[in-house]
Design a protein around this ligand. Structure first.
Ligand SMILES: Cc1cc2nc3c(=O)[nH]c(=O)nc-3n(C[C@H](O)[C@H](O)[C@H](O)COP(=O)(O)O)c2cc1C
Length: 191
């Protein structure tokens, strides 16, 4: 009887050890998967009327990136966007290159990304100053930063002149015009 008990105890110990081993294997596999799922590319964008948002969504698919919408603390109304009116919010902000419209949300894990695409509509031939607010919120040193935009017809204009001083140590690339581009066209452009 004593021998049987001993044999059973040993068998139980072997089973428990095997289970524990499996569990820690599973845990390490799970943490591997979590690490693998962390993307290293971010597509961040500001869009007042949805055009840049649509482009950003396609771009994020193409480059397999996380997507982040830059949300103004105070959303832009139609009246704010009236470029015929010298007194409209966008006209006033864009005349003052040091204006920094507040942003209500943040990228919590910016350290995770090595490449950051930043999208915006062209306003008065450059990026809206809320993009400077965004860029100045983070340490982009050493990251590859690629601006992209949509517009009513303008090219990037003096975008870089006003944007790069907001993150002088980032590795800036030339802005990409995504106006009216399909996902296939974006794929070719990005390559
Ligand atoms: C205040 C303001 C200024 C703009 N300035 C320009 C401009 O200088 N050149 C241009 O081609 N389009 C200009 N546009 C048009 C936008 O760039 C274009 O409609 C863009 O695709 C809108 O993107 P969104 O829908 O993501 O906001 C301007 C639009 C606004 C509201």
């Amino acid at each position: 009887m004593r021998r049987i008990t001993m044999v059973l105890s040993v068998a139980l110990a072997v089973v428990l050890c095997a289970c524990a081993g499996n569990k820690s294997q599973q845990e390490s596999q799970q943490s591997n998967n979590e690490n693998m799922e962390k993307k290293t590319t971010l597509v961040a964008y500001f869009s007042a009327t949805g055009t840049t948002k649509a482009a950003a969504e396609k771009l994020a698919q193409v480059v397999d990136a996380d997507l982040h919408e830059i949300q103004p603390e105070q959303p832009y109304t139609d009246a704010d966007l009236d470029w015929h009116n010298q007194q409209s919010r966008s006209s006033v902000e864009m005349k003052d290159k040091s204006s920094r419209p507040a942003i209500k949300n943040k990228v919590e894990n910016m350290d995770q990304y090595t490449t950051v695409y930043i999208g915006y509509p062209i306003w008065w031939y450059i990026a809206p100053t809320i993009i400077n607010t965004f860029v100045e919120q983070y340490n982009l040193e050493g990251k590859t930063v690629i601006p992209f935009f949509t517009s009513g017809g303008s090219e990037a204009g003096e975008t870089m002149k006003y944007l790069t001083p907001s993150a002088p140590k980032a590795n800036w690339k030339a802005p990409i015009n995504l106006t009216g581009k399909s996902q296939n066209e974006i794929e070719k452009l990005v390559k």
